[in-house]
Design a protein around this ligand. Sequence first.
Ligand code: G4P
Length: 545
Amino acid sequence: MTDTTAAVPTTTGPQAVRISAEAQRRRTFAVISHPDAGKSTLTEALVLHAKAITEAGAIHGKSGRRATVSDWMEMEKARGISITSTALQFPYKTGSGNTCVINLLDTPGHADFSEDTYRVLTAVDSAVMLIDAAKGLEPQTLKLFQVCRHRRIPIITVINKWDRPGRHALELMDEIQSRIGLRPTPLTWPVGIAGDFKGVLDRRTGNFIRYTRTAGGATAAPEEHIDPARAHDAAGVDWDTAVEESELLSADGADFDMDTFLDCTSSPVLFTSAALNFGVNQLLDVLAQLAPPPNGQLDVDGNRREASAPFSAFVFKVQAGMDSAHRDRIAYARVCSGTFERGEVLTHASTGKPFVTKYAQSVFGQQRSTLDTAWPGDVIGLANAAALRPGDTLYQDVAVKFPPIPSFSPEHFAVARGTDPSKHKQFRKGIEQLDQEGVIQVLRSDVRGDQAPVFAAVGPLQFEVATHRMANEFSAPIELERLPYTVARIADPGDAETLQKLASVEVFTRTDGVMLAVFSTKWRLEHVQRDLPDVTLRSLVAAED
Ligand code: G4P
């Protein structure tokens, strides 16, 4: 794509300078990890360190931590999980006295893994890949990493739980390099093996950063910066080992490099214990110093909408039914350019209609408050957003349209059937609506007929959301019959007949007209590819191997 910035007028004068300055100090990122690697703990620790809250534990309300009241869907209440992504915003004052604004977008994990998890990654400028020191790279981390790589999102790697016995640091570096081809360039190196965490060698200054435990890790852990000459006295042979290993890394070319980091081919690495609040400061500093700020956004024609241009944003998530008292719908949009002022009227690019922003909210954990102003990189929650869909563009003054958010490769499939034949119309309407909103992807085939559309999802929770909304919102209860497929590929319509005849394979048409062939397993897919080399089967997007 060409990058013809001149095509898009920018705001001029002091306002443009202000917008650029606000964009420059923003860091919008997400944490990608496998469940249990410590994402919630790290999130709390980051906020604690940034001093946005005074007590760790006010965000997620997990067991044993301070509970937060959720007024989301009844289903969510019953299961005690958070379906939505929350966007946290907090200021962070760096050592040099500058104040960054950190926007941390939550990627739902666990059972609530869904297409939304991927969509969040369309709204960030960088990602923190959080790895459990004992487990190394795990499946969900890998899936999310592939999306980041595809979107060229720079990645900061954090090896967590270093206070517990785990694998050797060098072995973990090898695993990252060999399994995902990302060159790890450690910025810190642990002093003491996993389970005996004394601190880190700061590979940029050569200093020993010694951490001290606090009771329960409840407050920011004190850290002491000791110059190399005194480090051996402070940490003994563990220091010498760390120095030796660090020299080995340098000899191997594993020193930080900005260009390859921004290019998503290398990744700075930090070692932490989120539970003890060790290393969290360093992560905030790295985000502030190295993570890229918002840099405008390419539109559908490949022209860059500069951050200082008039307001524009794209919707990356729509959350429905959040408050049972008001059948409310919130669209989360990332600001790409300009200033957002609550109350101003925006234009919805796909319909050309005005969109009133009286009800804009910022979201902090599960608490929401009214938002008045937002800048590039910020996330705004727009209430009363029935007309907005993921991928939609909103703008002011100068028209722009951003590319649609790609749909990701579904791994779960189920036939949907209405249980009340008299609700045929509601059934159709509900399914059309859920499809448009991106709650599930809807597939059809002549074989199954229009009465039995197939829902496709990247996570099974999407089925629960769809079933709940069909019954409660559209008064068209459904039952789902799971289908034994796990892999989807884009197929050419000309091959449909051949594929349809195979066992453990089925062919569907998606609402956007794309033909999908689905397979029971990836081995079945490989088999078909071997047996029928003339049949073209393409990966959907990013999320695939
Ligand atoms: P997640 O959001 O990625 O799923 O992980 P979460 O933060 O909930 O952490 C999963 C478990 O790992 C929690 O233990 C948490 O305390 C623990 N943990 C997170 N970071 C560290 C760390 O740096 N060191 C150690 N030793 N443990 C860590 P839990 O027993 O499941 O829950 P809890 O009762 O401690 O909250």
